[in-house]
Design a protein around this ligand. Structure first.
Ligand code: ADP
Length: 446
């Protein structure tokens, strides 16, 4: 083979090196163009692929949403409905294309079981937007486009962005007409049956008490023992029927409640005094504390006047007595040694009362269920103690009637504290309300 000498072939070494550079650059450009073409084709494929993927995902999401029986809606932070599925259309009669894009207030009209519209603060969607946590409403009723009322179970969940702001909320709701009707029937049955059974049980209890009264009847020791046992069981049965009746009423809103201005310091002291005996009979001490820094009850130098903070709230005193007695009785029931403390504190917004014991305590896994109907802790300490599992359910219903909150803190083996918070009235508000109350109760003048 003959070697090609570029220098000799072109006749000059400088022009040959220029040609060499031009040739190399051309090769590089060509390679670059080929690469660019390959990459563009690849990108184009990827874009088409991702477009296809996105539209497939969209189709999938739409298929899923439209096949869900429940109503599903998504509302953005400007209150506009962004998603409204077929389930929602079927339930409330709005077409998807009409509802989407509208302010949700005009489409999702919620009312409570008494037919009252929710105020802005308690309206579930607004509440989740501001509180940023999920909310479940078992008692809501929704109005259809044709103004029909449908009881629903509603869950609203916030969608929170990376800056911790609520971007949108998602609501899922289901028609629970049948469940509510069943519940009502069950509650009706329980309330009629317990009402009917309470009367004969009260009569049996009365006759047993008479038989046990030495001024009325002469019985020997053995008969007394049997009758005492029968009397205790009958009292327990009577309490069960009473609790069943009260809880059925609490559930269907028939629990009688006459709220009035109450100074809880005086009420709580009176309740504690009337219950003190049952605790002391069991060897427990009872203490009553007012104010956050311990007992702030003071007596003046003259020894006449008691100075202490006044804790006003609006509640039915008889109902509150029932709730507090329940907590106190539980304290006594589940405590073998130590003391029961009843106390009252508060700030300018709330009054907080508590009942604390040094008893068996409650395991952490039982705490979330404690206020459910019929829930009883099943362990070796509590199994042998009589109870219905309705007391705390009733107490919670009573506290909620007065817009209050009840909760529990406990350490197993160390003791338990039940707290009740109620909205506090300042002295001025209390006196204004008292004036109104006295006017509404005063006899009509002619
Ligand atoms: P019960 O009639 O069974 O006492 P409640 O509804 O009043 O029903 O209480 C539910 C359960 O909570 C009780 O069975 C008991 O296990 C537990 N409990 C309530 N109060 C206390 C307390 N102070 N200490 C320990 N356990 C308690």
């Amino acid at each position: 083979m003959i070697p090609i000498d570029f220098a000799t072939a072109s006749g000059s070494s400088s022009s040959s090196s220029v040609w060499l550079i031009v040739f190399s650059v051309a090769i590089l450009v060509l390679v670059g163009v080929i690469f660019a073409l390959i990459i563009r084709r690849h990108d184009a494929k990827a874009i088409v692929g991702s477009r296809n993927e996105a539209s497939t995902e969209k189709v999938k999401a739409e298929v899923i949403l439209s096949s869900i029986e429940d109503g599903v809606v998504m509302i953005d932070s400007k209150n506009t409905i962004q998603v409204f599925n077929n389930g929602a259309s079927r339930l409330i009669g709005w077409k998807k294309e009409d509802a989407e894009g509208l302010d949700y207030h005009s489409v999702l009209q919620l009312i409570d079981t008494k037919g009252r519209a929710y105020d802005q603060e308690h309206e579930p969607f607004a509440r989740v937007m501001s509180e940023q946590k999920p909310f479940r409403d078992n008692q809501a009723v929704i109005m259809t486009k044709a103004n029909r009322q449908i009881p629903i179970h509603l869950i609203v969940t916030p969608i929170i962005d990376s800056k911790n702001a609520v971007n949108a909320v998602v609501g899922v709701f289901r028609d629970v007409t049948q469940e509510r009707a069943d519940e009502e029937q069950r509650a009706d049955f329980i309330s009629t049956a317990s009402h009917e059974m309470r009367t004969p049980v009260a009569a049996i209890e009365g006759y047993l008490a008479l038989a046990l009264n030495p001024h009325v009847a002469n019985i020997d020791g053995r008969a007394r023992d049997y009758l005492e046992k029968a009397h205790t069981s009958t009292k327990h049965l009577g309490q069960l029927f009473q609790d069943l009746l009260t809880s059925a009423k609490a559930e269907d809103g028939r629990l009688v409640n006459h709220p009035q201005v109450v100074e809880f310091g005086a009420l709580l002291e009176q309740i504690t005094d009337s219950l003190r005996f049952t605790a002391e009979k069991k060897g427990l001490t009872v203490e009553f504390l007012i104010g956050s820094g311990g007992n702030e009850t003071k007596t003046t130098a003259a020894g006449e006047k008691v100075i202490r903070p006044l804790y006003y709230a609006q509640a039915d005193p008889d109902r509150m007595r029932e709730a507090i007695t329940n907590l106190f009785d539980n304290g006594v029931k589940y405590t073998d040694h130590g003391k029961i403390s009843v106390g009252l504190t508060g700030d300018d917004k709330v009054i907080q009362l508590y009942v604390r014991d040094t008893g068996a305590g409650i395991a952490a896994e039982d705490l979330p269920h404690l206020f459910q109907k019929f829930y009883r802790v099943d362990n070796s300490t509590t199994r042998s103690i009589n109870g219905t599992g309705l007391g705390l359910f009733i107490s919670r219903s009573i506290v909620e009637l007065s817009q209050g909150r009840i909760w529990v803190e406990s350490q197993l083996g160390e003791g338990t504290t039940f707290y009740i918070n109620l909205p506090r009235l300042n002295t001025q508000q209390a006196s204004n309300l008292q004036t109104k109350e006295s006017k509404s109760f005063s006899p009509l003048t002619t």
